[in-house]
Design a protein around this ligand. Structure first.
Ligand SMILES: C[S@@+](CC[C@H](N)C(=O)[O-])C[C@H]1O[C@@H](n2cnc3c(N)ncnc32)[C@H](O)[C@@H]1O
Length: 251
């Protein structure tokens, strides 16, 4: 249906890695009901210049896609951003090495194997462990053994992916100098959560997010989480107010 998006590459063309078990969870995040070795139906998107209207919340120089845009939420186990886009009628998929926490369209695989699959929009949450300034004391060891360089290259895979509309999210860290300054820094308290956690967004083909619900609380988010095996998950899960803003303003 329609044209190939410019810059389209097949997954096979963008990676030599074997596409291992892709799990598509539809209606159950457990193994029951999960198809293995599938791939998301590829619905190529039609770019229609008549859609380039300010009323869609898009800038005029940004190509608009069908309302049922194919959206990839990269490095997302929670399904929070995926479901916000799905609720607005988009063909939204999350992708993570981990299974999805809640039912929905999910690719359990290395995201680099599907990044070139003609997504209308990519929202990426790459790991920040080796990039965030909060871990600066460990940088020398991570530079010496290559972990930081690998993390930089993974981040840059999203920068260089062929989709025309890309958002990359990360805490304040070295990508501001190794790549470039972010387009904006958002806070949970701008989106209805009374917490602070500076989150950088690097944007391609997307307008900066506009705050949706400024609230008074300013508690550092990190203090909400007690130590435990799920601490990192609880700290990294995208907040619903931010996900809703992304889906409403970019969807
Ligand atoms: C900072 S967390 C982001 C969590 C996200 N905000 C959410 O709400 O689920 C980074 C995620 O990247 C995933 N990840 C790391 N390397 C990956 C890869 N090569 N392909 C897919 N996911 C990957 C991790 O498993 C982890 O869940």
């Amino acid at each position: 249906m329609g044209h190939r998006p410019p810059g389209f590459h097949s997954a096979a063309g963008c990676s030599s890695r074997t596409l291992h078990a892709i799990r598509i969870a539809q209606g159950d995040s457990s193994d029951a009901g999960v198809r293995v070795h599938g791939s998301p139906p590829r619905r190529l998107l039609h770019v229609d210049s008549t859609d380039l209207t300010p009323s869609h919340g898009r800038s005029l120089d940004t190509p608009a896609w069908n309302t049922d845009m194919r959206v990839l939420i990269a490095c997302e186990f929670s399904g929070v951003v995926r479901d916000a886009f799905a609720a607005r009628g988009h063909d939204a998929w999350s992708c993570d090495l981990l299974p999805t926490e809640r039912p929905g369209q999910h690719l359990q695989c290395d995201v680099r194997d599907v990044l070139g699959d003609g997504w209308g929009l990519v929202v990426a949450h790459p790991p920040c462990d080796h990039l965030a300034v909060s871990g600066a004391r460990w940088f020398p060891a991570k530079q010496a053994d290559g972990r930081q360089q690998q993390a930089i290259e993974f981040f840059m895979d999203f920068v260089n992916c062929p989709s025309l509309r890309v958002a990359i999210e990360n805490p304040v860290g070295i990508m501001s100098t190794r790549y470039r300054k972010p387009d904006q820094i958002i806070q949970p308290w701008q989106y209805g959560h009374g917490e602070t956690k500076a989150t950088c967004l690097w944007l391609k083909g997307l307008a900066a997010l506009v705050p949706t619900n400024i609230v008074h609380g300013r508690t550092p988010r990190v203090h909400h989480e007690s130590p435990g095996p799920d601490r990192w998950k609880n700290r990294s899960r995208t907040l619903d107010g931010v996900a809703q803003a992304m889906a409403t303003q970019w969807g």
